[in-house]
Every structure is written in C-alpha cells, then in structure tokens.
Design a protein around this ligand. Structure first.
Ligand SMILES: [Zn+2]
Length: 493
C-alpha cells in the first residue's frame, strides 16, 4: 500500500481560503506548476524562499509515493517592468544597459539561478520550460481566446477583455477582488493606450521598431504577454486541469488571476484545484530592497560578505533557518535568527551522527511509532515545517537521554527512529549533514582571507602565475573565489 493511502494531507487553498483535504485528479499522480523566475538579475532571496517551500512540498509528495510532475518555468521574455503592460521587457532592458544579447542575459542569470538552488540542495523540477520555447503554444491560446469572444485586436496587439469575461465568470475570484472595486482603484487610460479598459491585459503586444525580442504572429511581429506563458506551459505539460499551482504571494494578483481568466476563456473550467502562495521574506523587520541597502544576495550568506551578517553560514543552515517558518508566514531574515538556527541545526546533526553508537535495551522509554506519526501529522497539516522541526527535536532530546543513560530503546525502535529521522531531515526537508568544520566556519574564513590577501599581493606584483595558482588550487578543494569591484569573496560547495 502506498504511503499516501495512510496519510491525509490538508492544504490551505488560497482559492477557498480554507484548508482542504488533498485529493489528486488522478490517483497516485500529482501535477504541480510553480511560476519560476524572470531571469534578468541574480535570484532574490525572497524567491529562493518561495521555491524552497515548493521544493519541500515536491519532496514530501514524492516521499508519500506520488508520481509528481513538477513544472517550474523560466520567464525569458514578455515580463515588462510594469504589471499594467507598460515599460520595457525586463530582459531586453538589461541587455540594452549592458550592451549584450538578451539571450546572454537569460543564460547568465539562469546559470546563477541553478547554481544558487543547487547550493541550497533543491531537487530539479521534472520540466523547466521557457517562455521563448513556447511562443507557438501561446499564439494558439490567443486564437482560441479570440474565437471565444474574450479578446480583441487593436493595432496589432491583442488584449483580454476583462469586462466581457466578468459578465459570465467572476474576475478576481482568487485575490478576492471585485471588478467594480478595481475600476474605482485604477487610473484612467491616458488616451495613448489601445486597451478598451484599464483592467484589460495584453495577450500579445506589437513590438516597437527598437524592440529586439520579437516573433511573427497573425496580428503583428511582437511578443506574448507575461501571464500567457504560464497558461500555455501548464496546459501543455499538466493538462487543462491540474492539481497544484504555486507561487509567491505577490503573484496572486494580477498574474494568477489572469491565468485563471485565460484558462477559463479557453476551456470553460477552472484550471487548478489547489492554489498555494508562499509568503514574503523580509530582513531585519523591513522590506528587502537594494535601494535602501537592506539587502542580501544568497551567495553572500555563504561567504559572509554582507554587513547584515556577522559570519558565513552553510547553505543547509540557511535552509534550516528558512524552514523554521511556515511557508504562509512572513519570514524575517536576521543574523540572530541565523545564529540560533545554526546551533539548532548542528544539535540535530550531532544527534543523527550519534544514533549508530547508541546502546539498545529490552524496552523503549519513548514511543517511536507515535512520534513518527507526529512527524507525518506536521507535514500533513499544510506542510508545517516548523512543527515538524520541533517534533524532530523531541527525538534529539530522546537520543541524548539514551546516550547519557536516562532513557532506553530497543533495537527495532532504534532502526525506526534512525530511518524516520533521516527521511524527514534529509529527504523531505532537504538538509545536508555537513560538519561544523566544512561550513564556512570562522577559522576557514580566516584561512581563506589570508590566501585572498596573498593573491592580491601577487597580482599587484604582476605575479599572475602565483595568483592563478592560488585561485585554481582553492577551486580544486571546493573554494571558489569571486572577484568584483568591491573585492574578492569566496564561496564553498
Ligand atoms: Zn506564472
């Protein structure tokens, strides 16, 4: 019997605003779509948090025996600076500023995205499709929406007719908005716009002459609207109706709302059964923003090279820290929080490392089976990782008691304890059992700093053979030096 038959998951569905029992459309199979990054800059820690939430959900569903098809896209075209279909394409803008090809921007930041996620020990999704790889599918969707009377063509662009749609289906169903309120709260069109109403959104935009990211279509040489790609790719790989759609809270409106409207306009039914939204990440109680300096890049957590933290942290420590908050709660990223998590993380690892050497007895003073079910109960309750971690620490306490002789365990229970603890810690939470010595400890940072300074001296003396040797030999032992205008930092892998 598969594990999923013995465990009942309840998921908080943003659409209903309630926790609902999870029942996939096809028994034993789960289709999950998560909106991926727009690859025009280094991945934001807040996005890492969102993707981590879904990585854990993916891992747990797989652990329960489901065959999961997890699709997470890469947005490499069509995402404009402004949600109201205005401004430059974010990737084209970056390409213009740096005088490189848009696809160079895409390549650079896709590689960065994968590197960071690998360091955090993410599982790759089953399919990672790109918007530019699905232009034909997007054009086909637009044709259907036009045929169904829910979109109109003006000057080579195509817009979704929100007002027409709202006559038969409620627009705003996910974000709990009403069209009347939206009309009140949106500024009027400026006369330049081709839209009939400001609430309408672009399905296809005619490209201005200077716009280099363009494709032919029945309406104009242009590019698809941002919201459309997710409908095209989720439908293609998961079907007209699938189980789980996830993303950051900020995508609920308008992005996900528009996805629902597009799919309804094409297929006349709701595309998704469970909508999940991960909450924000803030830093030191405030919104994280480059412009205010209240900002940290994921890599800087691993190198310690950021004024907001006092030391480098291992990726698994940062991962553990993030999972100590439930995905629907705001997560406040602070150095003190990380320091506390680091202690907790190593307490957990120390206990796991101890298990092999524990002595067994004729009886157990701890109900391991009951504890095991508590671990499942935590994850079954809307993937509650903080409760799960607290439950894992019940076992840590018990392990330490066995060690000092104040508790006992049978051989059979010890096997079950070890298996369960490892399943939840490594397979489901995705932590890695790193030792304290290998985790960017202060001693390691100190030693690498000495080498960085020696290399700097070598370069000043134009001894490039030596400086390259230092860099290459550090790389061989897994320490990468990263040069930038601000100086040299290092990351470990
Ligand atoms: Zn999306």
């Amino acid at each position: 019997m598969p594990l999923y038959d013995t465990q009942t998951i309840k998921i908080y569905n943003s659409l209903s605003g309630e926790k609902e029992v999870f029942k996939p459309i096809n028994e034993g199979y789960v289709g999950m779509y998560v909106c991926g990054p727009t690859v025009y800059s280094n991945v934001h820690l807040g996005n890492v948090r969102t993707f981590m939430s879904f990585d854990v959900i993916f891992r747990y569903l797989k652990h329960l025996g489901y065959k999961v098809r997890y699709v997470r896209n890469i947005t490499d075209a069509g995402h404009l600076e402004n949600d109201a279909d205005e401004g430059e394409d974010r990737i084209a803008k970056k390409a213009r500023l740096e005088a490189i090809e848009p696809m160079e921007v895409v390549q650079r930041y896709t590689v960065d995205f994968h590197n960071i996620l690998n360091k955090f020990n993410f599982l790759p999704p089953s399919i990672e499709p790109t918007a530019t790889g699905h232009i034909i599918e997007q054009i086909e969707l637009i044709k259907t929406i036009i045929d169904n009377g829910m979109a109109y063509v003006v000057n080579g662009s195509v817009y979704f007719d929100v007002h027409k749609y709202n006559e038969s289906k409620p627009y705003g169903i996910l974000s709990k908005r009403k069209l009347e309120d939206l009309i009140h709260n949106t500024r009027a069109l400026d006369g330049q716009s081709d839209k009939r109403n400001p609430q309408d959104f672009a399905l296809w935009k005619k490209a201005e002459p200077q716009h280099i990211m363009r494709w032919p279509s029945p309406w104009s040489d242009g590019f698809p609207g941002w919201h459309l790609e997710c409908t095209a790719m989720s439908t293609k790989y998961l079907g007209e109706q699938f189980d789980i759609h996830g993303g950051g809270m900020d995508l609920k409106f308008p992005h996900h709302e528009c996805e629902i409207a597009q799919a309804e306009a094409c297929n006349d039914h709701s595309p998704v059964n469970y909508w999940l939204h991960a909450n924000m990440l803030i830093m030191n109680g405030k919104k994280m923003a480059k412009s205010t300096g209240n900002f940290i890049l994921p890599n800087e957590i691993f190198s310690g090279d950021n004024p907001h933290i006092t030391k480098a942290y291992a990726p698994s420590v940062a991962r553990f820290f993030m999972l100590q908050a439930h995905y629907r709660s705001i997560l406040d990223f602070t150095n003190n929080g990380l320091l506390a998590s680091e202690k907790g993380f190593f307490r957990l690892m120390d206990a796991i490392n101890l298990i092999e050497d524990l002595k067994t007895s004729d009886s157990s003073s701890f109900n391991v089976s009951e504890w095991k079910q508590k671990c499942y109960d935590a994850m079954n309750d809307d993937f509650n990782t903080p409760i799960l971690i607290a439950t894992l620490f019940d076992a840590v306490k018990f392990i330490n008691q066995i060690k000092d002789g104040s508790a006992t365990i049978t051989k059979e229970d010890l096997g079950l304890l070890k298996e369960t603890l490892e399943n939840f810690t490594f397979d489901i939470l995705g932590l890695v059992n790193v030792s304290k010595e290998s985790t960017g400890s202060d001693k390691l940072s100190g030693a690498v700093e000495i080498l960085i300074n020696l290399r700097k001296e070598a370069r000043q003396n134009k001894d490039f053979a030596l400086s390259d040797k230092i860099r290459d030999e550090l790389a061989e032992v897994g320490i990468q030096l990263n040069d930038s205008r601000e100086g040299t930092t290092f990351t470990t892998n």
